[in-house]
Design a protein around this ligand. Structure first.
Ligand code: GLU
Length: 469
């Protein structure tokens, strides 16, 4: 049997971290079992579903590189199929037309409530004589009476629900449209889904869906319901806890590897391992190891993982993601060092790509002014001599390499009998405009000769002006 899983988002908004984690678990279960992964867009709620949301969900999936083998299917394109099955069920007697008016249903519910009974359809139209086709009606599923539905949830273990608790579910509305739970059943069947991994908010739908599948003679998939993600205050994760949209994490400077690694561990574990490559996730993932308990989102840990991946992934790869941020921050990278080299130089210092982009601006663009505070501290009268001497020594270099640059700085300090910092700090402010940068040798090398020399000379003038004023 080929394992087949699906991710079935309702396109009513962006891809949020909870959805992404469910998608990841379904994707991993398929990949871990050499199976297939289906993307299905559950857009039956016409009022709330939008094309922008479909695009946003797919953009999020693509960014995380959760590739699907089949789909995207759209439920709205399958209405004929759902109706075909409903008609077959009407013939087979596993569904029936219900002519009850709203008022009657309301009265039944009130009476049940008054008696303290469970409120549900009383089965009035079960076995009712069919009326003319144009008499308004809904179609209800004939839920089995007596007995119970039992399923072995892959995450939560055995779950049993008595049929007494289940309604004769409406599967087609008066306007002829099939209802959500029914569409899901037909889809899971038609698409050959073997494992349904989804949020625990759907756990109540499962026994109903199993009953319909049984009535259709369809195989019953395995189900696994994943717990909620909570914010740090124990409430359900929402916008007020910070970013919840996957693409917001891209915008904030996270690598997809970091978010995936974070999400896989949020509710799943493999021993005490924290860092997982994509290959390791696929190798070790087992749906039975998903945690039943809700998990709390921890932004610090995500940030830590992000820093880990910025430091440890191939700089060429990180550079591809950094490129997006450079553009986003309006930095033209066509004139300056290769981005991968900037990544190598700065990766120890940045927690996010957004930060990394911002702090690499001086490699590509000249700055108007030195940072006022740093200039006040380091571009003072005493800096004139070391700046001028290092300027001379740099000008004399035959090659612009970090080794040669380093030697020039060291020689300056030795000759003037001052500490390296007395040369280094003025020089740093001179070439970067700011007080922080990677090692000066590599910084100057990457900034390039012409730009470095021009900036040092600007700093020399700045100090000279200051002495004279
Ligand atoms: N469309 C549902 C949702 O977005 C998922 C249904 C399912 O996975 O069965 O919550």
């Amino acid at each position: 049997m080929t394992v087949k899983t699906r991710f079935a988002p309702s396109p009513t908004g962006f891809l949020h971290v909870g959805g992404a984690r469910t998608a990841l678990y379904s994707w991993l279960h398929a990949r871990a079992n050499k199976g297939e992964f289906v993307l299905r867009i559950e857009d039956t709620d016409l009022e709330r579903s939008t094309q922008e949301a479909v695009d946003a969900i797919m953009e999020g999936m693509a960014w995380l590189d959760l590739n699907w083998d089949e789909g995207p299917y759209y439920q709205t394109k399958r209405f004929d199929r759902y109706n075909e099955i409903i008609d077959q069920m009407l013939k087979a007697g596993t569904a029936y037309k219900c002519y009850c008016s709203k008022e009657r249903l309301e009265a039944v519910r009130e009476e049940q409530a008054a008696k303290g009974e469970r409120q549900k359809y009383d089965g009035c139209c079960r076995g009712a004589a069919p009326r003319a086709d144009d008499v308004p009606h809904v179609v209800r599923f004939l839920n089995p009476q007596g007995g119970s539905v039992v399923f072995d949830d892959q995450v939560r273990g055995r779950i049993e629900i008595s049929n007494e608790e289940l309604d004769d579910l409406i599967i087609r509305r008066t306007d002829g449209s099939p209802t959500y739970n029914f569409c899901v059943v037909v889809d899971d069947w038609d698409m050959g889904i073997t494992h349904v991994i989804r949020g625990e908010d759907h756990i109540n739908n499962t026994p109903r869906q199993i009953n319909i599948l049984k009535a259709l003679g369809a195989p019953i998939p395995e189900y696994g319901h994943v717990s909620m993600i909570l914010g740090d205050d124990g409430a359900k994760l929402s916008k007020r806890h910070g970013a919840v949209s996957v693409m917001q994490y891209r915008d904030d400077g996270y690598l997809p590897e970091a978010l995936l690694n974070y999400l896989v561990r949020l509710g799943w574990s493999h021993g005490d391992q924290e860092i997982f490559t994509r290959e390791e996730m696929v190798e070790f993932f087992n749906v039975h190891d998903i945690n039943k308990a809700a998990s709390a989102f921890n932004s610090d840990k995500l940030l830590w993982l992000n820093q880990h991946y910025i430091k440890s992934l191939d700089p060429e790869y990180v550079a591809k993601h950094l490129e997006w941020h450079m553009k986003d921050q309006g930095i033209d990278t066509s004139n300056g060092p290769k981005l991968a080299e900037v990544v190598t130089a700065l990766s120890e210092r940045a927690k996010t790509l957004k930060e990394l982009a911002a702090s690499s601006r001086y490699f590509y663009e000249d700055f108007e002014e030195f940072d006022a505070e740093q200039a006040k501290k380091h571009l003072r009268g005493v800096a004139l001599e070391p700046l001028k001497l290092v300027q001379q020594k740099l000008a004399a270099l035959t090659e612009w390499t970090r080794e040669a640059i380093h030697q020039a700085i060291e020689d300056t300090a030795t000759e003037l009998e001052i500490g390296m910092g007395k040369v280094g700090m003025p020089l740093r402010v001179a070439v970067t405009g700011a007080g922080q940068s990677p090692g000066l040798d590599i910084t100057l090398e990457l900034i390039g000769r012409a730009r470095s020399e021009q900036r040092i000379s600007k700093a020399v003038d700045f100090v000279a002006d200051r002495i004279n004023s």
